[in-house]
Design a protein around this ligand. Sequence first.
Ligand code: NAD
Length: 493
Amino acid sequence: MVELQSLSATGDVQNYVGGTWKRADGDDGQDVINPATGEELAFVPFSSESDVDDAVASGLEAFEEWSTTPVEARIQPLFELKQLLEDHQEELAELLVQEHGKTLPEARGELRRGIENVEVACGIPSMMQSGSLLNAAPGIDESAVRKPLGVFAAITPFNFPGMIPLWFLPYAVATGNSFILKPSERDPLVAQRMFELIDEAGFPDGVVQLVNGSVDTVNTLLEHEDIAGISFVGSTPVAKHVYETAAAHGKRVQAQGGAKNHIIVTETADLEFAAQKTVASACACAGERCLANDVVVVEEAVYDDFTDLVLEEAESQTVGYGLDDSVDIGALITPEHEQHVRNFIETGISEGAELLLDGRDVTVEGYEDGNFLAPSVFAGLETDMVITREEIFGPVLGLMSVADIDEAIDVLNESQFGNAASLFTGSGLDARKFRHRADVGNLGVNVGTSAPMAFFHFGGQRDSFFGDLHAQGEDMIHFYTDKNVYIERWPDN
Ligand code: NAD
């Protein structure tokens, strides 16, 4: 069991509503399990409609004062929170490994990426300003101002339980809104610990709240008449549902969905470097990343050489418990998800791809109950194969041979998804073609995993994103505010 002060007396995860901890009063819930050891860490009760109502009511009440609190005062708790998150980063990272399964360096990196968003949001006094123009018309000055809107909620996935809530929370409150987080029910403990720190950071009661739950809790949030907007990150079918339902209930929505990402390798690339980055991109976090590039599209002139290098790199990966320093690849989130990835490997074999490296037969000594898979590598991918088209979300990558960069870009543009892509090349012309033609949200050149810094928006197109304003950076300021225009004339007569 995990020991957190905010857990209930029986070890249950709790909600944080109106500045106090309270166990959700819904009838359902689920165990939180360490995916590497099988150990039960806690139980998460799901919130009922009245739990959500209470949180929204507290958020609305807090909004009255918070929205008119001077901006400089609004960012002070965020400075505190940055410090608290940094002071407790190691402890949070260890907790994250225990409930999620990724490795300690991956958990540290994720938290760092989250904290960067707190840092960016501390710049709100400058970022929230809008334009003004003297003499916009004869004797008239005009200016635009941004205003917060009310109570916002974010619904987040299991794969980055430390970082993704921070794509939203700091910007929502810095702009003067109140905010409710509904974390993934599969790994809610990092959010629980972060809210203990939020409690110390000095936000007024009701400004930042935590509501645990699953499908029903999400649907209550989507339909709640007093919620101004919803941010969602998760799988594509749920993202579509969230987008449509929340919009039908009059809300702003941004919904980030699933992905299928590509790496292109041209004959001018540094192949060794590209192979290292390719395997890291596909297999880090056990492949459970929306930015994992697992379709590797290689110019035919270097296809065989590159395949050998990828195999060598993939074979060198060590699999095990994420708290063990020597491990490259940790556990997958649940046994069901591990089976889902295994099914994809079966599918790949049956549709004629060549399985060059089979990661299914892996046991980790001392952790026989863990959900482990070593890297699997397919060759001979075709564009119409299931393993080329669908998100696998496991340490499985496939190689495809193409004639040239133009054909390679066609391959990724034909995908249902448009989350991320990377190009490895030594050619500026190839890079320019990629930049101009690739219809994808996050593009990397000689970068294995194209994750934008917090001061840029996190891209996503086609079925990887529903909405118009993205997570992180300036887009968040637009999402969390409305703009008024003042048109002033003071006749001098
Ligand atoms: P998920 O869609 O199963 O769950 C995400 C959230 O939605 C959770 O909080 C969950 O409680 C809730 N939820 C699940 N099913 C629901 C339903 N039927 N109705 C209402 N709410 C529901 O996603 P996941 O498995 O937690 O996360 C993995 C997915 O998230 C992958 O597809 C991955 O690509 C995607 N993802 C995308 C991004 C991005 O930026 N585009 C980032 C991270 C993860």
